[in-house]
Design a protein around this ligand. Structure first.
Ligand code: FE
Length: 184
């Protein structure tokens, strides 16, 4: 009788552990995805040019950008500032989805092209389509680098290097702040 009771309590304990673990894990991932989704679907009422479908090129003045972009994004997008490594929201993110330009909404990268890089910035081996980005020679800070700009708004995104993984061997080294992620 005693062993039966003990066995019964053991089964209850195991069931309790399984149920609370499952609820905990699912609840957690749902929270992360939901908050990410909500953050990105609120839209940008202060930025009338932001669109995931309009591909018309934008040619706004610096003063106009300053009015519609948050200060940290404005500094990166319009003045090529660089966020500190390992501080951005996407450097170690691995959710499935699409990365858009945070300034104008242009489609830039798919998560399938993102790879784990040790540099501390979100890194991709290829852009989403041929209009996603454009390149420009950058000789600032005593280095010759290739700057990556948004193909629609011309905003600074980061730089591209030749030390990426196959199949392209490229590493688009981006600022998280210049990207806006939408999960699938
Ligand atoms: Fe853009």
């Amino acid at each position: 009788m005693k062993t039966h009771k003990l066995l019964f309590f053991k089964i209850i304990l195991i069931l309790y552990m399984i149920i609370s673990f499952t609820l905990g894990v699912c609840g957690q991932s749902r929270n992360v995805n939901q908050s990410q989704l909500i953050m990105n679907t609120i839209g940008k009422p202060e930025n009338p040019y932001y669109s995931h479908t309009d591909t018309t090129k934008l040619n706004l003045s610096d003063a106009e950008w300053k009015k519609i972009l948050p200060e940290d994004l404005y500094e990166v997008s319009r003045h090529a500032a660089t966020e500190r490594p390992f501080t951005g929201k996407y450097w170690n993110a691995d959710l499935k989805g699409t990365y858009y330009c945070a300034a104008c909404g242009n489609e830039l990268f798919r998560s399938e092209a993102k790879f784990a890089s040790t540099c501390g910035w979100p890194s991709f081996f290829e852009q989403e389509n041929e209009k996603s980005t454009v390149f420009r020679k950058d000789s600032s800070l005593g280095m010759i680098r290739i700057e990556v700009l948004c193909g629609r708004c011309g905003g600074h995104l980061g730089h591209i290097f030749d030390d990426g993984p196959p199949p392209t061997g490229k590493r688009y080294c981006m600022n998280s702040i210049a990207l806006n992620f939408m999960p699938d």
